[in-house]
Write a protein of this length. Structure first.
Length: 539
């Protein structure tokens, strides 16, 4: 290794939710740690996705670190579901408070990481030509951080302004008087539509697949409620790890309530419609069979469409916004504020691409098989190459020079979503095969980092220098991940989602996260550690 290589115990890639805590925790354990971050600031998702209306769909008081009781008490949240700017401020505060900045290199992208068999160390290279060597490499690169290229012909020819929700400019964007086209109706599109419509002269939403979106019921966080939660934070943190999604539902924030003990298949049409009268948008999921039986799911979907018809004035727009041939529970539920209501405004319209897709972007705007639309701005809310994208974009070479993306050519294979065979001392925070995107990301990140921290301390105590998942344990885990997913709506026959990689042309179709819930996952992690890290090889 050349002389300008900087040596550390741990290199962490990414200064988002995971990377910040990884730095703090590993440093506390006595490991010298360096974080490398592509953005010019910290916060990861909450740094890049600064589009209007960007908001977390987990309540603020639960989407926060539990490692420091002082931090929990001093930080004041203002809303039940926090806006991007509040989250970005929170993560900046964390970096200040725990003196993290000195060990974070901002504005630097890791382009390659190579394991050296002889020294048992990772050599990490950046786009600035820096070289770091580390015993342990921790990829805190995020699950939704590699932007998808929408690959629409002519995209670069547009004469107006093109904006991406997942790389939004820092300077405020003024839509006043402009004709705006928005492509994509996942969470990012759904959140930004009402905000852009507030100022734009015209907003045209280009929708390929209608979403199931539920009103978030966001509101200011009352001081008394905040104090009440703060008084019970210790119990809350324990309860989070015992909850399927790591969200207990404090702050009264339950947008999608738990199902009642009634089967929709046994309900009459009057009873189903009465549920809509009573529960509104929640009615479609309020039955115990909707997420387990496809026929029941379709009956639930019809109740959702009934709500769309009740809210949307124009029948054609209502039909366009109605999901069809798409199971409820296939994709991540979307929470919104006034999304559907926005389509009742005169200057907002929907282009339902199911009736004819986008053919090209032209200098003037967007052309579809249904006609052309002249625009001043195009907003792409087209999503991410989820879970594996950020890892695939770095040349990560393990034992014998094998590239991680080649090792995963038939789908990502990891043990616990933490390690992959053939890549010693490489760890992934919230990687494929862990609850990650199906649970509260902050809780998942803390659990992973603490588990890895214990493993590193165990190795230091025993004087071992490398750890690596065994192929057998990894295969068994991947099989279990698939088996559990196969029993859910995530893999229903009519389900296409980024959980499965369906949004990326050519990506192998494999269900990526662990759908068995956080408690079962934490139990497995703890049992493996208690058994001397069963399934991992040490040398
Ligand atoms: P998503 O949920 O992946 O949504 C992307 C949207 O963009 C989705 O509606 C896509 O339609 C649409 N899309 C993508 N490419 C195109 C092209 N070429 N033409 C038309 N429409 C397109 O990403 P988000 O950023 O909204 O949310 C990601 C996650 O962040 C979300 O699940 C939350 O967990 C937070 P499709 O459905 O593929 O037909």
């Amino acid at each position: 290794m050349s002389d300008n290589t900087v040596h550390h115990d741990v290199v962490v890639v990414g200064a988002g939710v995971s990377g910040l805590y990884a730095l703090h925790h590993f440093r506390e354990l006595g490991f010298t740690t360096q974080v490398i971050e592509a953005g010019e600031g910290v916060g990861g998702t909450w740094y890049w996705n600064r589009y209007p209306g960007a908001r977390c769909d987990v309540p603020s008081m639960e989407y926060s670190y539990g490692f420091s009781p002082e931090l929990e008490q001093e930080w004041e949240w203002t809303e039940v579901f926090p806006l991007q700017e509040e989250l970005e401020a929170y993560f900046n505060h964390v970096a200040d408070r725990f003196d993290l900045w000195c060990d974070i290199q901002l504005g630097t992208r890791v382009i390659a990481a190579t394991y050296d068999d002889t020294s048992g160390r990772w050599l990490v290279e950046t786009d600035h030509g820096d070289r770091y060597s580390a015993q342990f490499l921790v990829m805190a690169t995020g699950c939704l951080s590699a932007p998808l290229d929408p690959q629409i012909p002519g995209r670069d020819t547009f004469a107006g302004r093109s904006l991406f929700t997942n790389a939004w400019p820092k300077a405020p964007v003024d839509f006043t008087g402009l004709r705006v086209g928005l492509v994509g109706t996942g969470s990012s599109g759904v959140q930004s539509v009402p905000e852009i419509a507030r100022d734009a002269a015209e907003l045209i939403v280009f929708q390929r697949t209608p979403s199931y979106a539920w009103p978030a019921g966001n509101r200011p966080l009352a001081r008394e409620l905040q104090l009440e939660v703060k008084a019970q934070y210790r119990e809350l943190r324990i309860a989070q790890r015992k909850n399927y999604g790591g969200v207990v539902g404090t702050s009264g924030a339950v947008a999608v309530p738990l199902p009642r003990d009634i089967a929709i298949l046994e309900a009459s049409e009057e009873e189903r419609l009465a549920a809509v009268d009573e529960l509104g948008w929640a009615a479609c999921r309020a039955w115990n069979d909707v997420l387990t039986d496809l026929e029941a799911n379709e009956l639930g979907a019809e109740l959702f469409r009934e709500m769309v018809r009740r809210v949307i004035d124009d029948p054609e727009t209502a039909d366009g916004l109605s999901p069809r041939d798409l199971a409820i529970g296939c994709k991540r539920p979307i929470l919104h504020s006034d999304y559907y209501e926005t389509f009742n405004l005169d200057h907002v319209s929907l282009v339902d691409l199911r009736r004819g897709g986008i053919t090209s972007v032209t200098p003037a705007g967007i052309s579809t098989e249904q006609g052309a639309h002249e625009l001043d701005v195009i907003v792409y809310a087209t999503g991410f190459d989820a879970m594996t994208g950020a890892l695939d974009r770095i040349d990560i070479r393990g034992r014998d020079g094998v590239l991680l993306r080649d090792a995963w050519a038939d789908g990502a294979r990891m043990l616990l979503g933490i390690q992959t065979a053939g890549f010693p001392n490489l760890f992934t925070i919230t990687g494929p095969g862990s609850p990650s995107v199906l649970a509260n990301m902050v809780v998942c990140a803390e659990q992973h980092i603490e588990w890895i921290g214990e493993l590193l301390t165990y190795m230091r105590r025993r004087g071992t220098s490398t750890v690596e998942a065994t192929v057998e344990a990894q295969d068994a885990w991947v099989e279990l991940v698939n088996e559990i997913a196969s029993k859910t709506m995530y893999t229903a026959p009519n389900c296409n989602s980024w959980y499965l990689g369906d949004n990326i042309p050519g990506k192998v179709r494999v269900f990526l996260p662990w759908a068995g819930g956080l408690p079962a996952y934490v139990e497995r992690c703890d049992a493996i550690a208690a058994a001397g890290y069963e399934g991992f090889d040490f040398s």
